[in-house]
Ligand binder design. Structure first.
Ligand code: FES
Ligand code: FES
Length: 158
């Protein structure tokens, strides 16, 4: 039996049907066509599928679409302002923190939530914010550089 899911994605009201077992990630990617959020482990381990769900970062692969009825969601597609990338997106590019890019949308979402909360994140804040995200390419140093650069820019320090 299909369920009707009503939710808001990047400020747009959306309504579509999903099976009770459909993950929110599959619903976003395959039904609503928000392909920017990535499917990787599909078990809640890697953070590639991170989205903002009612203000908090979650792994959308282990969340049911049915449970998201009425939710407010932000995906990576919702961060840029027209042609202008979000400062976190721009910082990842400027520091070379993107290689294959598969982990990148999830990282950027986690970092956006962090920097919306604090413009002066401590190393511990950064570590905690991205503790659910895995990158197999960059070795993390450049990702930390990107987070620091984004924080500096968003706080007007750079
Ligand atoms: S794809 Fe969801 S945590 Fe890995
Ligand atoms: S850039 Fe390839 S997994 Fe992070």
């Amino acid at each position: 039996m299909s369920l009707t899911i009503n939710l808001t994605v990047n400020g747009n009201t959306q309504s579509a049907t999903a099976e009770p077992s459909t993950s929110l990630l599959d619903f976003l990617r395959d039904t609503l066509n928000y392909k920017g959020t990535k499917l990787c482990c599909n078990t809640g381990e890697c953070g590639a599928c991170t989205i903002i769900y009612n203000g908090k970062p979650i792994n959308s692969c282990v969340t049911l679409a049915a449970d998201a009825n009425g939710a407010e969601i932000v995906t990576i597609e919702g961060l840029a302002d027209g042609d202008k990338l979000h400062p976190v997106q721009q910082a990842f590019i400027d520091t070379g923190a993107v290689q294959c890019g598969y982990c990148t949308p999830g990282y950027i979402i986690s970092v956006k939530v962090l920097l919306d909360r604090t413009k002066e994140p401590t190393p511990e804040d950064i570590e905690e914010a991205v503790s659910g995200n895995i990158c197999r390419c960059t070795g993390y140093t450049k990702i930390v550089d990107a987070i620091q650069l984004a924080a500096d820019r968003m706080a007007g320090r750079s």
